[in-house]
Design a protein around this ligand. Sequence first.
Ligand SMILES: Nc1ncnc2c1ncn2[C@@H]1O[C@H](COP(=O)(O)OP(=O)(O)OP(=O)(O)O)[C@@H](O)[C@H]1O
Ligand SMILES: [Mg+2]
Length: 243
Amino acid sequence: MSELLKVEGLTKRFGGLVANDDISFTVNKGEIIGLIGPNGAGKTTLFNCITGFHKPTSGKVFFDGRDITALPPHRVSKIGIARTFQITQVFPKMTALENVMIGAFAMTNSVSEAKDMAAETLSFVGLGKKMDVSGESLPPPEQRRLEIAMALSTNPSLLMLDEAMAGLNAVEIDESLEILRKLNKKGITLIIVEHVMRAVMNICKRIIVLENGRKIFDGEKEKAVNDPAVIKAYLGDVYHAEG
Ligand SMILES: Nc1ncnc2c1ncn2[C@@H]1O[C@H](COP(=O)(O)OP(=O)(O)OP(=O)(O)O)[C@@H](O)[C@H]1O
Ligand SMILES: [Mg+2]
């Protein structure tokens, strides 16, 4: 497998707080990685550093062999990395179709082409019948899915999802997992930040665990569930909570 993303010694400080502490890992093309850890562990900060929303204090990010550490978000998006946000960010007054068309314009200047591409993407995520509904009128689970469609509209090779399953019921989680599986089959590499462990265990082969900004585990999920440090930091509580 060839390397797609490489994070090297990434540190992000906010004043005295070290949100990401010397984190290194690589992601190969075609992988589905679960990035987990307790609240405040630094998962979203790591996403922000990779996608150009934060500038790392030190360390490097490489994508497809290219140093992208200093690139702003729109350039990161152009080279093939898309992400969703922990707090859903859709344009409330625009229709679902218009929300997705914005990204499609990165691919084409033609309005009709952008419309066709957006409609196809919305159908793919199961929102084919909601194209004319405004972002704010969609229920939260469908807003999450709209955000995935928006991310897909830029034709990414790496998709990073920040708690895309939060607030979804069991059926909606299964539907989302099916969408992610189909995306991966199309060749899209996935990094998934998720507290819904059933989803992580279902779809990810490899798991990276953060605690207090530090990477404490990186390996097969079967090993993660038996790793004392991972259980102590996170899984013990989560499994307990999920019963
Ligand atoms: N912009 C910021 N300014 C200051 N501190 C921040 C900022 N963003 C995050 N932090 C702090 O960095 C730490 C890591 O936060 P982060 O949001 O990355 O955690 P997380 O793993 O995504 O948590 P959660 O599971 O709750 O989403 C926290 O202590 C948080 O308060
Ligand atoms: Mg977060």
